[in-house]
Ligand binder design. Sequence first.
Ligand code: ADP
Ligand code: MG
Length: 448
Amino acid sequence: MNEKQLWDKFLETIKEKITPISYETWFKDTYLNKIEENKIIAVVPMQLHKKNLSENYKDVIAETINEITGTNFEFEFLLEDEVNKNNKIFIEEQGVPFNNPEQANLNSNYTFDNFVVGTSNRFAFTAALAVAENPGKAYNPLFIYGSSGLGKTHLMQAIGNYIVKESNKKVLYVTSDKFISDFIGINRKNNNNYDNIDYFKNKYRNIDVLIIDDIQFLANATQSQQEFFHTFNELHQEGKQIIISSDRSPEDLKLLEERLRTRFSWGLTVNIYPPDYDLRMQILKKKLSVHELAKPIEEDVLEYIANNCTSDVRKLEGALNRLFAYTTMFNKEKINLEVATEALKGHLNSYGYIKNDIQKIQSVVADYYKINVEDMKSKKRTNNIAFPRQIAMYLSRILTDESLTRIGLEFGGKDHTTIIHAFDKIDKEIKNDSNLEQVINNIKNKLK
Ligand code: ADP
Ligand code: MG
């Protein structure tokens, strides 16, 4: 989601919450200028809007943005003129000599545009975008963590590509392995040591943005850690942006020096979770739309892949590649479920089920209570939504083998304690309420 899309979504959502006339008057002609730190700066047509929006619509605006981004933002409303004035100052501030993707070690295929956003990665995405738009100012450092294949490298590279394109700041992307080998290079004998030191210092200090991927590998390299510590400090003091990724949180990087870990949490730490079913489907569709070998695929084939490939986006992509390679090799014209199961044998989890149980429970329960599944996965607390949600959580708990974490994820990234709470609550209510027991039985029958 870029900024324009974010604002479009915001307008669309807030429109539902207020009267048409207030929407027309106060919101229709606003647009987003930029996201800065934790503040959204929006442009409004008249002075009057500023006052009214910040006094009378403050709460609904904040709530709506929170629904969309999962983050609490502050707002500033500016007039067009004021924004133009600000921009001028902004341009004058940047004076770094050169930049380009090759020197930065960036792969231009990784962009924000082709990163598909869902519940599990929205926070990370939003933070990444904020940093890209305001390097050194928004969150410093930005620390992104999550298991392998969930899009960390993609997001970091997207930040780099964005900055290189939109500013003349100098970016450097390296893996922590590369950092270590560059550092070891300094100390290697038979080399002109001074040149190496200069090279190293120049490479790592003479930049505006340092992106360092998979920092966990620094754990075993004590001296490189010290050097990284100095690099970090120097860049940070000068307000240069640092972006770090890891397969675990700063607290869990046990082999890293304490002083480094503390520094990592100075800025903002964001976690990427495994994608839920919807996001997996969306990612598949997105990858399909740009795949070189793409052939028409039946929807149930995509569902099959999304259902049996639950943990990792890299694996989802792999499934598509494998499917297309197979169908090209064996000259299959039509990609149906039969071809897909054959092609993906051994690649996917071998559950082999076609429908995702949790997803089915959600849609049957939502149907029963005449609400939509999106609301069920949202944060809305009104009883007409919260109650069916708890029923669906309860049923997911008793009818599937999925872990609490997985169930939480499929309900819009809820914590496992929320699932336990829902389970206990419904379990107790059933015992005291024979009507509810009947309802649950009806729903169970529909699920059969
Ligand atoms: P990580 O660095 O976390 O191990 P990567 O960034 O290398 O993961 O992602 C693995 C692959 O999955 C990449 O090809 C990346 O483009 C893709 N990918 C991950 N998340 C998304 C997403 N949300 N939208 C589109 N592609 C994604
Ligand atoms: Mg990576």
